[in-house]
Design a protein around this ligand. Structure first.
Ligand SMILES: C[S@@+](CC[C@H](N)C(=O)[O-])C[C@H]1O[C@@H](n2cnc3c(N)ncnc32)[C@H](O)[C@@H]1O
Length: 291
């Protein structure tokens, strides 16, 4: 993937537009219940390994930085957008957590940290926007300490929502979508990494990828990280684009129900991966190994 595409995404995300939209669409009291449950489970998984600084790679406005800090983890919050880092600083200060968080301006394509610098790394909904995703995966793996953990949240191309959306597109056809939406649908490209398209935003083009989870796991395995657990995240993400408050709320409640009681990751739109660094790369290039 060309470095110039990474530059296009960086310029888009340097501006406020997309961040404000994400914060408005994805962060509210109802979705907060899902995120809190998810971070309770993540903290319970990590805490037995000791409390140590966690890198929040691609921290955005710091919503998850705050969740980590509230659960006792010192955090290094990194993003390549100065704009959103400013918002994260305000958010963290408003929660009185300034002492627990250090901010860094930097890119996942070249992390400003030494090899093995962190026992814990979080990368939540970030890889999906990175054109040079293999480079970012190598960088994330590089900064995880031996036997340390990396938690990744990504959209799942194999989910019910993603599969139905692709099927509907095929059945209905681009011409009908163009007529309904008044604009051409984004061109979908399917690669080993997943199904991706360029969304045209007010700030510029933005890459969005629904990941092929097996590919993602295999890539991390090549860099010495093995999959310890694959969890469901939000079952559906459609609630973000819904205007009816009751329907939005119902879907978000369903997401919490699925996360807490059903747990099956394969049909869920968001998947959470808990990966652990073993000594060296897995020579078989496979994602699982026994502890
Ligand atoms: C969808 S937001 C998620 C933010 C945050 N992790 C959360 O869950 O609330 C993606 C974030 O990743 C950042 N980002 C994308 N590509 C990046 C890169 N190559 N290096 C650093 N940050 C990046 C964006 O600026 C944005 O803040």
């Amino acid at each position: 993937m060309a470095a110039s595409e990474s530059e296009i995404v960086r310029k888009t995300l340097e501006r406020p537009d997309v961040h404000s939209r994400w914060i408005g669409d994805f962060y509210n009291d109802e979705s907060g219940r899902f995120y809190d449950a998810a971070f309770d489970r993540i903290a319970a998984r990590l805490s037995p390994h000791g409390i140590s600084a966690c890198l929040d790679a691609g921290c955005g406005d710091g919503a998850q930085t705050v969740r980590l800090a509230k659960r006792g983890f010192p955090v290094v919050a990194l993003d390549f957008s100065e704009y959103v880092l400013g918002r994260a600083r305000q958010n963290v200060a408003a929660h009185g957590l300034g002492q627990a968080v250090r901010f860094e301006h930097g890119s996942l394509l070249s992390l400003p940290f030494a090899e093995g610098a962190f026992r814990f790394v979080l990368c939540w909904s970030v890889l999906m926007h990175i054109p040079e995703v293999e480079k970012a995966i190598a960088e994330l793996a590089r900064v995880v300490a031996e036997s340390g953990f990396l938690i990744v949240s990504e959209d799942n191309m194999g989910s019910l929502e993603s599969t139905l959306a692709r099927l509907a597109r095929r059945v209905v056809g681009n011409a009908v979508i163009r007529r309904l939406r008044g604009k051409d649908p984004a061109k979908l490209a399917v690669s080993p990494a997943g199904a991706e398209y360029w969304r045209q935003t007010d700030a510029g083009p933005l890459l969005c990828r629904e990941a092929r989870i097996s590919w993602l796991v295999a890539q991390f395995a090549r860099h010495g990280l093995v999959l310890r657990e694959r969890m469901a995240g939000q079952f559906l993400e459609r609630h973000a684009s819904l205007r009816h408050a009751w329907l939005k709320s119902a879907l978000q409640r369903f997401n919490v129900f699925w996360f807490k009681y059903v747990r099956l990751p394969y049909p869920a739109m968001d998947n959470l991966l808990i990966l652990q660094r073993i000594r060296g790369p897995d020579p078989r290039g496979r994602g699982r190994c026994t502890p």
